[in-house]
Design a protein. Structure first.
Ligand SMILES: [Mg+2]
Length: 349
């Protein structure tokens, strides 16, 4: 009798180059989960980057993976129905579903010997990503900006919502004239947001993300009407149904696999958003290239990419994504196009 697909997972430790902070707090070291699906001699990998912002932990993700292993059945090519069963049973653990979804796509594409982007019928991914400057002391922020500019980045994403926003943004604008994305991570009340956004106009932002608390959808439209910059939501928009409900309140949505559950759900959100006239963005959390590759595989479909999660690391355990300045791309390797780097291979076997 043929063997059933085997699902396993292990944690990996990631070290950001700098302490990474937003208006919600910071991290100096982070663990994610590498998911491994083995069947018929082929191994597919995916990464789970759980976020406590969405009620996900390493433990809750591992518990969900344990339950999802039962739902794979004998045929891992049935990605759509496997993911539908996972969403039906583990709706609140979408980071884990995203890891399995990635491993299934990687497995299927490797089994066929083609890249994931090709089995999806898409162009070879080669897109500009923003590079994120986290909240930090002025000297450290200046150093991060100089490093980013020296590395050729032409789009920066800056976390705002701190007392010294003006100091930071003036310093950045004195050095950098390119695309500037601002993310407040739910920092402001509606009144504050109106004042702050009007004030931010002088820095010519490309967009402003998540100015209000995630549950406050009511005041978003007023901020959009200020006409300073397109208003995007991130924390407010987690799943396909949220795109529908936010359609008349914002200009765009930031879609992340940790929130929505992988390639399948992200594609549904992108098509819904486009149909409703919304701009789309793919974002990420601090993670290795294994979590970036599935998002990059569908990145030719969106307006903006903020896929720098692995670029913020001191030492990425996965190889395969090429970077030239701000442009990140995948080649023609089978599957997701990334593999464990030499050093990581030793520590994971
Ligand atoms: Mg954000």
């Amino acid at each position: 009798m043929a063997q059933k697909p085997r699902l396993s997972w292990n944690r990996q430790t990631l070290r950001p180059r700098h302490r990474f902070a937003t208006s919600q707090g910071g991290v100096t070291e982070k663990q994610t989960i590498v998911v491994r699906l083995e069947h018929e001699g082929v191994v597919g990998l995916g990464e789970v980057a759980p976020s406590k912002l969405y009620g996900q932990t390493l433990e809750s993700s591992e518990a969900a993976l344990g339950g999802m292993a039962e739902l794979i059945g004998n045929d891992p090519f049935r990605i759509e129905s496997i993911i539908a069963s996972c969403l039906g049973n583990f709706d609140d653990q979408r980071a884990a579903i995203g890891g399995l979804d990635s491993a299934l796509h990687d497995w299927a594409a490797r089994r066929w010997g083609v890249p994931v982007w090709r089995i999806l019928g898409l162009d070879r991914p080669s897109v500009r990503t923003t590079f994120t400057i986290g909240v930090a002391e002025p000297d450290e922020t200046r150093q991060k900006v100089d490093e980013a500019l020296a590395a050729g980045f032409t789009a920066l994403k800056v976390k705002v919502g701190a007392e010294r926003d003006h100091e930071t943004l003036s310093m950045i604008r004195s050095r950098f004239g390119g695309a500037l994305f601002l993310d407040a991570n739910e920092a402001w009340t509606p009144g504050e947001a109106r004042r702050r956004i009007a004030d931010l106009a002088r820095y010519r932002p490309t967009m402003i993300e998540q100015p209000l608390a995630r549950a406050d959808w009511e005041h978003l439209r007023g901020l959009r009407d200020l006409g300073v910059a397109p208003i995007f939501v991130d924390e407010s928009c987690q799943r396909p149904a949220d795109v529908l409900r936010l359609a008349n309140a914002v200009d765009g949505v930031n879609i992340k696999f940790t929130k929505c559950g992988g390639i399948r759900e992200a594609l549904r959100m992108i098509w819904l958003a486009r149909g409703l006239g919304l701009k789309t963005m793919l974002g990420c959390f601090v993670s290795s290239s294994l979590a970036i590759a599935p998002a990059l595989s569908i990145a030719s479909l969106v307006d903006y990419c903020d896929l720098d999660g692995a670029l913020l690391l001191a030492d990425d355990p996965f190889d395969g994504i090429a970077r030239d300045g701000s442009v990140i791309s995948l080649g023609g390797l089978p599957g997701l196009g990334v593999s464990p780097a030499g050093a990581a291979l030793k520590s994971h076997t």
